[in-house]
Design a protein around this ligand. Structure first.
Ligand SMILES: Cc1cc2nc3c(=O)[nH]c(=O)nc-3n(C[C@H](O)[C@H](O)[C@H](O)COP(=O)(O)OP(=O)(O)OC[C@H]3O[C@@H](n4cnc5c(N)ncnc54)[C@H](O)[C@@H]3O)c2cc1C
Length: 376
């Protein structure tokens, strides 16, 4: 079986909820709302006596909903003399003043895709040493923060801690016990791993979110050669073998695709996985496991190319988490056009053939260039 460099998404990657309530992976800063935002009072202590620290990972410049809730929780619990310091592991391109962060320490060297928990822990311990927070908050999730939080708890045996906190106020926390049949209560501990959806992030105030330049570059002791982990990078896999739910690029066929071979050629040249609408599956053009939609699979690709698909509500349900939708359809009033970021109006077969040709030419040009400018 041939392998390709088809990108495989991290199934646990970060999602944000858009203003329309759609979960999206957002690479760029969110657009500013068209309606003028209400002016909220600024709340940042001028001479803080105490600090709360939040520790969260960012993915490609953005924090997810859960991370937002953690920062907002710290801000809600902070009194007038307590400042909230947000440590962000990874590049940050969003403004977190609205979440109540008074200071922001960004450590862009931590790429979310690279597994380096011991280096991250060393950095967090250094920041704790400098900030001396009375409480530390982190999301209890499966995408790195939960693990980092537990590693932190293990290094701080003298500190009280609670994991999977589902209820919190300035006196106590609660977590489920006995498989969710009981709630366990405890005094507000020093390290809090917060479950998702505990907190409303629309705060009645904003904070300054001042970048801490000093702690941004403070070094910490960590030798890569001493690490227990070696990052082996992403494994290249054949695009056809990737589960649709994990595919980052999907070429999907609907009833408007008459020639399956052309679609397969296009998918191969784009290194994309193949999906289909229910009608295309019912017609026997594609196996059932390729069906995307309410009664098929829900996908979250960065790019979803919908060819000859009308965009029925049941199909749209399956692609609600996709970041970019590109449609090819001969009907500019098809519902998919509203969902798509880009629509090409025309005949599916003709456009697929043109695309295959253009991709082949582009690949040839790249390989000619590489041959004439070999890397020494
Ligand atoms: C309970 C239930 C569950 C369902 N679950 C699913 C599901 O999981 N997934 C799913 O997809 N559907 C599902 N459906 C079916 C859904 O309602 C639609 O019938 C289906 O999605 C339509 O598929 P389609 O867009 O490929 O076909 P069509 O509705 O026939 O649309 C074809 C599109 O292709 C365009 N077209 C035609 N010829 C060309 C051409 N030559 N070039 C370019 N464009 C062309 C047309 O303009 C049209 O927009 C479900 C329905 C029900 C009731």
């Amino acid at each position: 079986m041939s392998t390709s460099k088809a990108k495989r998404i991290n199934p646990n990657r970060i999602l944000n909820t858009t203003q329309n309530g759609i979960k999206r992976i957002t690479l760029s800063a969110p657009k500013v709302a068209e309606n003028i935002p209400e002016v909220k009072p600024l709340r940042t202590p001028t001479k803080p006596k105490n600090f709360f620290l939040t520790v969260t990972h960012a993915d490609r410049g953005m924090l997810d909903d859960h991370a937002h809730q953690v920062i907002a929780t710290a801000a809600i619990l902070a009194d007038k003399k307590t400042a909230v310091v947000a440590l962000v592991l990874g590049e940050l391109r969003e403004d977190i003043a609205r979440l109540g962060a008074d200071k922001v320490i960004v450590r862009p060297e931590f790429d979310y895709q690279i597994f380096q928990p011991d280096a991250e822990l060393a950095c967090v311990l250094k920041v704790i040493d400098s900030v001396k927070p009375s409480r530390i908050f982190t999301p209890d999730n499966m995408i790195g923060d939960g693990e980092l939080g537990r590693r932190l708890i293990a290094t701080q045996p003298s500190k009280s801690a609670a994991t999977h906190v589902i209820e919190i106020d300035n006196k106590h926390v609660a977590s489920y016990q006995a498989g969710g049949s009981r709630l366990a209560f405890a005094d507000l501990p020093e390290i809090i791993l917060l479950a998702a959806n505990t907190t409303e992030i629309n705060l009645p105030f904003v904070a300054s979110a001042i970048p801490d330049e000093q702690l941004k570059s403070t070094s910490y002791t960590f030798k890569e050669s001493n690490s227990d982990y070696k990052n082996l990078g992403m494994l290249p896999v054949a695009s056809a073998t990737i589960a649709l739910e994990e595919a980052d690029f999907i070429v999907s066929a609907g009833n408007g695709v008459s020639n399956v071979a052309t679609l397969e050629t296009l998918a191969r040249s784009l290194d994309a996985a193949i999906g289909a609408s229910r009608v295309a599956v019912d017609d026997g053009k594609f196996p059932r496991d390729k069906q995307i939609g309410a009664s098929g699979k829900t996908v979250s690709a960065s790019a979803y190319l919908a060819i000859g698909i009308s965009g029925a509500v049941q199909h749209l349900q399956g692609i609600k988490d996709c970041r970019h939708v590109i449609a090819i359809n001969r009907d500019n009033s098809a519902p998919i056009v509203k969902r798509a970021d880009l629509t090409v109006i025309g005949d599916a077969e003709e456009i697929m053939q043109s695309l295959i040709l253009a991709i082949a030419e582009a690949k040839q040009a790249t390989s000619n260039q590489t041959m004439s400018n070999p890397v020494n």
